[in-house]
Every structure is written in C-alpha cells, then in structure tokens.
Design a protein around this ligand. Structure first.
Ligand code: SF4
Length: 182
C-alpha cells in the first residue's frame, strides 16, 4: 500500500463521514442518531460527522423497516456513496422489519436490497451503541480500503438496556442476530 492509500485508510478510520437515510422509521432511531452527535455523547469530538450529501460520505446509516417507497431511493443513494463504503443498519427495523413484519407497505429487511456491514440492534438503540456501530463500520471501511476484505456483517452487542424488551427481539438483540445468520 502506498503512502496516499495509507493516509486515506487512516483518515477514514479516524474521521468517518456519515449520510443518514430514513427508510420509513418511526423517527425513534433517527432521534438517537442525532443525540449521538449532540454535546452529551459528542461523536463529533471523535471525528464523526453528519454530511448533507451521499457523495461526500463514507458510511451510510439507514433507519426504519424499509418501505416500498424507500427502496428505490436507498439504492440510488447507495450508488452515490463513493467506494470504499460501509452501511450501518440502525435499530431492529432495518435488520428484521421488527414489529411491522406483516405490513404490506414494507419491502424489508435492508440486506435484501443492499449489503449491510454493521447491524446495531435495539428499538431504538442507545446513542452509545450507535457510536460503537459507526466505529466498527469505520474499522471495516479501513480494512476494505486496504483490500483486506471480505468482511462478514457484524451484529453489535446491545449497550446498556437496549430496547428494554419493547421490540421483537425481546431485549436480547437476538432478532437481528437470527436474521443475519439465516
Ligand atoms: S427500531 Fe424501533 S425506534 Fe427504530 S425505527 Fe423501528 S420502531 Fe422506531
């Protein structure tokens, strides 16, 4: 690996830029993602930055159970993020469609449409779990840039109380794990 590539890998790992997309969520996960960037959790201090354009981002963060309407937009945005890139599914919804599983308006889970690198379970996941998931995605991104791939999808452990049993996983994170391993 030449010096330029080493520098790119280092920058990606130390300062991942995110693009956030809502795939039909109830906004619970979106609020937690924003909370992770606000002063209490302050992911920005660690170099994480929310970007307004997918063309400037390294990591795509997707929330929600993936509605039919969102599928086309998600695929377009995924193609707009320059490679190497990583995808983080935030919450139990994009991993399993969660409590909306029988809904006719849905076309989830997310990994049916695009490859997902990190699943952060919870309904919603806590901001510290989201930060942990983004940090894992930054690591995967650096490995991908240095061509050490393939990297298998990762399911992050629940941090703190997680969803508290309010979602389909019953608080164990098992719903996301089962779906990814299937
Ligand atoms: S995982 Fe829970 S909080 Fe997040 S979008 Fe789904 S229902 Fe809402």
């Amino acid at each position: 690996m030449n010096l330029w590539n080493k520098l790119m890998c280092y920058s990606r790992r130390r300062s991942p830029w995110l693009f956030h997309m809502n795939g039909g969520s109830c906004n619970g996960c979106d609020i937690e993602l924003i909370a992770s960037l606000t002063p209490r959790y302050d992911a920005e201090q660690l170099g994480v930055r929310l970007e307004g354009s997918p063309r400037h981002a390294d990591i795509l963060c997707i929330t929600g159970p993936i509605t039919h309407n969102a599928v086309g937009a998600i695929k377009v945005v995924y193609d707009q993020v320059f490679g190497p890139k990583a995808v983080v599914a935030i919450g139990s919804c994009p991993a399993t469609t969660n409590v909306f599983i029988e809904s006719r308006t849905l076309d989830g889970p997310l990994n049916k449409h695009i490859p997902v690198d990190v699943f952060v379970p919870g309904c919603p996941p806590r901001p510290d779990a989201i930060i942990q998931g983004v940090a894992k995605a930054a690591e995967i991104l650096a490995e991908r840039a240095s061509k050490k791939l393939p990297v298998a999808p990762v399911v992050m452990p629940l941090v703190g109380e997680g969803c508290g049993g309010a979602c389909a996983c019953g608080g164990s994170g098992g719903c996301a794990t089962k779906e990814v391993q299937a």
